[in-house]
Write a protein that binds this ligand. Structure first.
Ligand SMILES: [Zn+2]
Length: 170
């Protein structure tokens, strides 16, 4: 079986094993978790969250500026009131700069200097950061300063990918 066929087989078993979902659309715990897409993080398991309880927004680094659209939708249309910003140890986002990423990607994709792809790439901010703890603080500050965000309950954490433990830093 191909990898895709395996996923589809797993989904068939998953769907057959559960009753039809009767949960309402808004998250019952009124919480949004923002975290990195790192494959070693399973936010629901790490935080004891179940289906229907939380919004989980993920991107490279768990960066707040990129997540703003989803956060505004979550709070304004789906009534969440609390935000947990969780970034983590050993994050790949500390290992490169946007300039380095652009150069590498242009080379990998063989983009010519005047191509549309190159122009798009040159406008893409990779939102890398040099150190995780200060970056969590900066992203929490970014949200607290935004007039589009309910700022009453925003906290920030570093997740240790080895131990699975959270350390609050903001
Ligand atoms: Zn990461």
């Amino acid at each position: 079986m191909t990898a895709t066929a395996n996923y589809l087989a797993a989904n068939k078993a998953f769907s057959a094993s559960r009753p039809a979902n009767q949960l309402p659309l808004p998250p019952s715990k009124q919480v949004l978790v923002l975290t990195c897409m790192d494959a070693r993080i399973l936010p629901e398991a790490a935080l004891g969250l179940k289906e229907g309880e939380a919004h989980v927004v993920r991107n490279a680094g768990g960066r707040a500026p990129e997540a703003l659209r989803s956060i505004v939708i979550s709070q304004q249309l789906l009534a969440t009131k609390e935000i947990l910003v969780i970034q983590h140890t050993d994050c790949g986002m500390v290992t490169f700069t946007t300039d380095q990423a652009r150069g590498l990607i242009a080379k990998n994709l063989n983009l010519s200097a005047d191509s549309t792809g190159r122009k798009t790439l040159d406008q893409l901010e990779f939102l890398e950061f040099p150190e995780v703890e200060n970056n969590v603080k900066a992203d929490v500050e970014f949200l607290k300063k935004s007039e589009l965000v309910d700022t009453n309950n925003i906290t920030g954490y570093v997740y240790d990918v080895k131990s699975g433990a959270l350390k609050q830093v903001a």
